[in-house]
Design a protein around this ligand. Structure first.
Ligand code: HEM
Ligand code: HEM
Length: 190
């Protein structure tokens, strides 16, 4: 893959597609788990929603690995006007946290099912366990998965709010770099 020049106004198209694709997957991952509460334990629909959760969550994992590889082989377009060192640090920290989240959550979910001794089904295909069967490990993985799942709401919410801050208040090209549907032209200052 050829490197993308920093003169380009947007992220690499594959990065953009993966970014918004993962947003849709995340909506499905969270919705499937939140909605399961509406059906009684053991019901077909509730179990079906859990299978959807596992399959979509594992898809996030596969895509984030691909995304990191592509991201490391392409360069990021510059932000105009440039960010202060503090804003830059905050953005990098938030992005690293989001990448860590997209890796840790599927692994913790997969490890939970493994430690419970349950089968792990990815779109109908059984896959291998990644942890030994253990009650202690189940509890640890499940609780950590739940805790980071809650943190994820905050992380994604703050990330989306930051994108809006950049676009509407700071009026830089941060959002435009990730959004092919927005006008890339320079903005007049407020
Ligand atoms: C981006 C990926 C993922 C996110 C954001 C996520 C998020 C969540 C959330 C919010 C819950 C509800 C926690 C609660 O009870 O309040 C949950 C539960 C759970 N998740 Fe995930 N998850 C992800 C991936 C996975 C994967 C890949 C698996 C397994 C292959 C998995 C297995 C589970 C299990 C076993 C539960 C507990 C379900 C139950 O028995 O009620 N998760 N997850
Ligand atoms: C809710 C809607 C969302 C909006 C409006 C949004 C917006 C953006 C924007 C504008 C950027 C470019 C930031 C920059 O280059 O400084 C970006 C980057 C990023 N977003 Fe989102 N995002 C959203 C959801 C998500 C979700 C759900 C995730 C993952 C859980 C995510 C993960 C990331 C990551 C990791 C980057 C850094 C890209 C890189 O440099 O490799 N975003 N997002």
């Amino acid at each position: 893959m050829t490197a993308v020049s920093s003169q380009q106004s947007r992220y690499h198209p594959t990065i953009i597609a993966l970014h918004w694709g993962v947003l849709l997957l995340m909506i499905g991952v969270y919705a499937s788990m939140e909605l399961r509460e509406f059906w009684p334990r053991g019901s077909t629909l509730r179990e079906g929603l859990k299978l959807v959760h596992y399959s979509l969550g594992l898809t996030v994992f596969a895509l984030v690995i691909a995304r990191i590889v592509i991201r490391l082989r392409t360069t990021t377009p510059a932000v105009t006007p440039p960010l202060s060192p503090l804003l830059k640090l905050g953005a990098t920290g938030a992005h690293l946290a989001l990448y860590a989240f997209m890796i840790a959550m599927p692994l913790l979910g997969w490890a939970t099912l493994s430690a419970e001794g349950k089968s792990i089904i990815f779109f109908g295909i059984p896959i291998f366990p990644i942890a030994p069967v253990s009650e202690t490990l189940t509890e640890f993985f499940e609780e950590t998965h739940e805790l980071i799942g809650d943190i994820g709401y905050f992380l994604i919410g703050a990330h989306a709010a930051a994108a809006l801050y950049h676009h509407y208040i700071r009026r830089d090209n941060t959002l435009v770099r990730m959004a092919p549907f927005l006008d890339p032209g320079p903005k007049a200052p407020l």
